[in-house]
Ligand binder design. Structure first.
Ligand SMILES: [Zn+2]
Length: 249
């Protein structure tokens, strides 16, 4: 069953939490950003700039923007929008069904993008479903996505895919909700790491589509993964636990 529609303040909490989870799971350094569309609108919630370190981002650091780059709400003195806001706005504009966008610099997935190698569905069907289809590669431009024209091309290259490589830079994910897009990013990193390690030894065998489809259908119908409630929220509350920054499979 799909989650109920969150209030704006709940959504801001989720946007902040997604940043912390992305950092704690090793997918982002101090920078990187996640955003969520306010359901049913052309407005989205995103962190402000200068960057607040991802590990300590809070709801009060989140601003509301429209698709033309205007800050509508939440701006504090001496803060503004992140330079890569068009990466988010143009995906929301091109894909009305997208409710969340994430940009990370996650190492394993980025590495495979640099190599031009496909992230393969190799590890556990429930996680591997993110790699059921090859992720497209945006390589029209090696600069940061700071102009709407770049964002429009990115949105086109992304299409309906779960994620997209920014070659030599990082990854972009788009999903129905931020909880789903965040776990997609984490699962993609697992698959990328295991794809790489397996390729060092031989030719990886992939999981057949038949076994990937159930998890893919749960995702596409907006079901929040159990790991979000059971594991990632726990990690956020126990940031000193040695259990984070490891592959948990
Ligand atoms: Zn970046």
């Amino acid at each position: 069953m799909a989650a109920k529609r969150p209030t704006n303040s709940e959504l801001k909490e989720t946007v902040a939490l997604a940043h912390r989870v992305l950092f704690l799971s090793g997918l982002a350094t101090a920078a990187g950003h996640a955003s969520a569309r306010i359901p049913g609108t052309d407005r989205f919630l995103i962190k402000s700039w200068p960057h607040v370190h991802m590990s300590r981002l809070r709801a009060e650091d989140i601003i509301t923007m429209d698709l033309d780059g205007n800050i509508l709400e939440g701006k504090k003195e001496n803060t503004t929008r992140v330079g890569e806001w068009p990466l988010h706005s143009e995906i929301y504009r091109a894909h009305p069904d997208v409710g969340a966008v994430i940009h990370t610099h996650q190492p394993w997935a980025t590495l495979l993008g640099i190599l031009g190698k496909t992230i393969l569905p190799v590890l556990h069907p429930g996680l591997a479903s993110v790699a059921a289809e090859p992720m497209p590669v945006f390589d029209e431009d090696y600069a940061l996505i700071t102009r709407p024209a770049q964002g429009r091309v990115l949105a086109q290259v992304l299409g309906n895919a779960i994620g997209c490589h920014l070659r030599t830079h990082g990854m972009v994910f788009a999903g129905p909700t931020l909880e789903i897009a965040t776990t997609d990013a984490i699962h993609t990193e697992y698959e990328a790491e295991v794809t790489w390690r397996a390729m060092l030894i031989g030719t990886p065998r992939t999981i057949p589509m038949l076994f990937l489809r159930p998890a893919l259908e749960r995702r596409n119908t907006g079901q929040v993964p159990e790991a979000w409630e059971d594991y990632w929220k726990w990690i956020d509350k126990h940031q000193n636990s040695p259990r984070f920054r490891t592959v948990q499979v």
